[in-house]
Design a protein around this ligand. Structure first.
Ligand code: PEP
Ligand code: MN
Length: 336
């Protein structure tokens, strides 16, 4: 905790800030500069820096330690590898998770699974419960979709990732899916996060549409603090003033998260751009920037998809992209 006093702050104001720090359990180290007095607080309880910033005579106040502990890089400096069957998601190989936005039919998911497995993906994605902006849009096939997804995955040697929308769905999702996806709209559904902390299923936590990186890491902290350490983070684009793309793909979030946290970080260029013609460039950029994996939408017939067709690659585009991604992975010292 660092409290910087205003130029000319009175001794009474300085003393008041010191007393408050001591009251919160801090050891206070006072340093008197030419212009400002700076109070360094060591130890002590968590607090809101703003409570100090509004005190008379205080110029600014900062927390020095990060508000998240278990998610921070210092907790596991070597990084975390999430192991699921024979797939490792972490600092080693780049893991591709690909498949349609939604499971739509047996034929669609079987063709998707064959295509993504052939190209080198290790995990198939597909929503059975869809968080759609409109209540009139296709909402997903539910349990039947999960059964079709599991069958197609098993026939093609793939793991499954699928979205869980609320805590009542956890047992169902855990029965069919190897990784439970928490979507952008649910990144701050704290009841869901807490419940996932009590589970043993790995969680793919997507960044909220307007969430800062710190908020993403605090959401991960909810899951970790419950005892579930298998958390994978995902950058999927954020809402900005730019309207050309569906979202603004924050590639810089990848190196930032890798610096701040030990958790694996993957990128979703499909929701990040909303456009199939932009997906390859952002997928390549994400791997070059150090992503541990990609989550991509691939559909056997994107123009007829029931959701997110415009941002879904067809099998041919996906196969070509995978060849390029292999070269980029190699250039940055990874395999794919
Ligand atoms: C999805 O992956 O299909 C999805 C709904 O993503 P997001 O939560 O990032 O919008
Ligand atoms: Mn989608």
């Amino acid at each position: 905790m660092l409290v910087v006093m205003e130029e000319g702050a009175s001794e009474a104001q300085i003393q008041k800030a010191i007393d408050r720090l001591v009251g919160l359990g801090f050891d206070v180290h006072r340093s008197t500069g030419v212009v400002h007095t700076v109070l360094g607080g060591v130890g002590g309880k968590d607090f809101e820096p703003e409570l100090f910033a509004v005190m008379d005579g205080v110029k600014e106040a900062h927390r020095i330690v990060s508000p998240y502990k278990l998610a921070s890089r210092s907790f596991r400096p070597g990084g975390t590898t999430v192991r699921i069957k024979d797939v490792e998601i972490g600092p080693g190989a780049v893991v591709v998770m690909a498949g349609p936005c939604s499971v739509e039919s047996r034929d669609q998911i079987e063709r998707s699974a064959e295509a993504v497995a052939r190209g080198g993906a290790r995990v198939i994605r597909g929503g059975a419960f869809k968080p759609r902006s409109s209540p009139y849009s296709f909402q997903g096939m539910g349990e039947e979709g999960l059964q079709l997804l599991r069958g197609a995955a098993d026939r093609n040697g793939l793991l499954v990732v699928s979205e869980v929308m609320d805590q009542t769905q956890i047992p169902l999702l855990a029965a069919y899916s190897d990784i439970l996806q928490v979507g952008a709209r649910n990144m701050q559904n704290y009841n869901l996060l807490r419940e996932l902390g009590k589970q043993r299923s790995p969680v793919l936590l997507k960044r909220g549409i307007a969430a800062t990186i710190e908020e993403l890491l605090l959401s991960a902290e909810y899951i970790l603090s419950g005892g579930n350490y298998d958390v994978i983070l995902c950058e999927r684009g954020i809402r900005t003033f730019e309207t050309y793309t569906r979202n603004t793909m924050d590639i810089s979030a990848i190196p930032v998260v890798k610096k701040l946290s030990h958790l694996p970080m993957v990128a979703d260029p499909s929701h990040g751009t909303g456009r199939r013609d932009m997906v390859p460039a952002m997928a390549r950029a994400a791997v070059a920037a150090g992503a541990d994996g990609l989550l991509m939408e691939v559909h056997p017939d994107p123009d007829r998809a029931l959701s997110d067709g415009a941002q879904s690659l067809d099998p041919q585009q996906y196969a070509e992209l995978m060849l390029q991604l292999r070269l980029i992975a190699k250039a940055v010292g990874r395999t794919l």
